[in-house]
Design a protein around this ligand. Structure first.
Ligand code: B12
Length: 434
């Protein structure tokens, strides 16, 4: 009788069954949460809503430190976004926003709104914040119509829809259809697994919270299951889906669809994460992996209940890397892969550095070695992002970026500050399109 009932239930209800967090090295996962808490407590780091989500979706908490972090987030977001909404429905442009943000801040604001839903008790966002997010989605959408892609990227666009859904706000069907189309076309480029997963989570939320009509709901359900299956099929022999940093996102989809109960790919991917927890050393990567290690996807944020929380977590400092005596030499090449570049190779030199130097240290050493070698970085929640090399600036609006590769042509999986080249390695900085 029960079996019959279960078989007759619609998929949305079935998928609501929660998957238990994996059995595994609980101590190591707890230490990762404690390290993220330690990084969150560093006043020198700008508050990042993704970090807050990583803490809130954990099993154990430090309620006082989480509250303090939330207040820092409020200060960072309420000031620029707390302005009134004009009669025509769009937010009044704040001087700070119009100068600092020529392009929409869809992803950051979406993460903040998700954070507000994950507080205990959940915080109802001010109307102006929701209006800002809707405005950014429209701006992104306009960019999408003009250029064929959102002005930010589909990952951020998906987060925007997910955040509105988590607060039970409706989105225009046209906006959802655009995402469905992007998903079907499947050309999501760099970070494709991460992006596909975020879109699937947004669809799962809309469908589960019944924010769309029956026909669209069925389409969204089919798409989410198709994405989930194709991610399982894309799994490599060691259990990785995409790369180690996108694997947590694929796991979020398995958790959100309930495939974690049946899909062997889920256990294999979880096992590979648990074996490679050391790879998650920055606040953002920790914050992105912790939810799944505790059996959660971002879709759970929409229905988080405020219950008694374990107030037992204490912050842990991230250990500095161990010093290794001696030096290493790496080759640094700079290439311009743009049609307007007169030559492909712009720079090719050997650079000598201490043995533990990161790629960022190599770039600094190259500048010291030859002052005509210049570069610049911009601080982001992921760490320093390389923006300029030899006077050539990568431009968001032209969709080009300084790609980091190890010879002959393997893209690095980490940023300049986190990649530690080995002696004799050749590194390529290539101005590429994405
Ligand atoms: C879109 C995207 C890009 C775009 C960003 C431009 C844009 N306007 O959209 C492009 C294609 C340029 C890009 C480049 C790179 N990316 Co990227 N990117 C993403 C993606 C899919 C979404 C980021 C986002 O919008 N987040 C939401 C906003 C709100 O958060 P944000 O922190 O403010 O986002 C900004 C920064 O994160 C920055 N950014 C994007 N990627 C990276 C990577 C690093 C290391 C840094 C420091 C900054 C950075 O651009 C974002 C938009 O402005 C993420 C996926 C993910 N799981 O996070 C991968 C991701 C962050 N990228 C990654 C990597 C490895 C890179 C590169 C190092 C790849 C390479 N070999 O060259 C380069 C950065 C090189 C450099 N110049 O320093 C990894 C980082 C893993 C890690 N260990 O931290 C991720 C997690 C993808 C993955 N699964 O491997 N990326």
């Amino acid at each position: 009788m029960w079996l019959l009932l279960v078989l007759l239930l619609p998929p949305a209800v079935l998928s609501a069954q929660r998957c238990e967090p994996p059995p595994g090295p609980a101590g190591a996962v707890r230490a990762l949460s404690a390290r993220l808490l330690g990084l969150a407590g560093d006043p020198a780091r700008a508050p990042d809503p993704a970090t807050y989500l990583g803490l809130r979706l954990g099993r154990e908490h430090n309620l006082q430190l989480e509250q303090h972090y939330l207040e820092r987030l409020h200060r960072a977001f309420q000031h620029p976004y707390g302005r009134s909404v004009q009669a025509h429905g769009y937010p009044e442009q704040d001087a700070e926003l119009s100068t600092g943000a020529e392009r929409p801040q869809t992803g950051r604001l979406a993460l903040y709104l998700l954070g507000l839903r994950a507080t205990c008790p959940p915080t109802k966002p001010h109307r102006a914040l929701v209006t800002w997010l809707k405005y950014y989605l429209e701006e992104d959408w306009t960019g999408s119509r003009r250029h064929g892609h959102p002005l930010t990227n589909y990952y951020q666009y998906g987060l925007g829809v997910l955040a509105l859904c988590a607060h039970h706000k409706r989105v225009r069907e046209e906006v959802i259809r655009r995402l469905l189309e992007a998903q079907h076309r499947g050309r999501l480029g760099h970070g494709a697994v991460d992006t596909e997963a975020v879109l699937a989570l947004a669809f799962a939320c809309l469908e589960r919270r019944r924010l769309v009509g029956a026909r669209l709901a069925a389409e969204l359900r089919d798409t989410v299951h198709r994405v989930s299956r194709s991610m399982a099929q894309a799994q490599g022999p060691e259990g990785i889906i995409g790369n180690i940093y996108s694997t947590p996102w694929a796991l979020q989809v398995f958790l959100a669809t309930g495939m974690c109960h049946t899909e062997p790919a889920y256990s294999r991917a979880m096992a590979v994460l648990l074996e490679n927890l050391d790879a998650f050393g920055t606040a953002t990567t920790m914050a992105q992996v912790l939810p799944v290690l505790h059996g959660h996807s971002y879709v759970d944020i929409a229905s988080m209940h405020c219950q008694e929380e374990l107030d037992t977590l204490t912050p842990l400092d991230v250990e500095p890397p161990t010093e290794v005596p001696g030096n290493k030499t790496v080759r640094l090449m700079v290439e311009c892969a743009q049609p307007w570049c007169s030559e492909l190779q712009l720079y090719n030199r050997r650079v000598s550095t201490p043995a533990t130097a990161s790629l960022l240290d190599v770039l600094r050493a190259a500048t010291a070695q030859e002052p005509h070698f210049t570069f610049d970085t911009q601080d982001t929640p992921q760490g320093p992002y390389l923006t300029q090399v030899l006077g050539l600036e990568a431009r968001q609006e032209k969709r080009n970026y300084w790609q980091l590769l190890t010879a002959p042509s393997t893209p690095l999986l980490t940023g300049v500050a986190d990649y530690i080249p080995h002696d004799g390695e050749t590194l390529i900085l290539r101005l590429s399109e994405w």
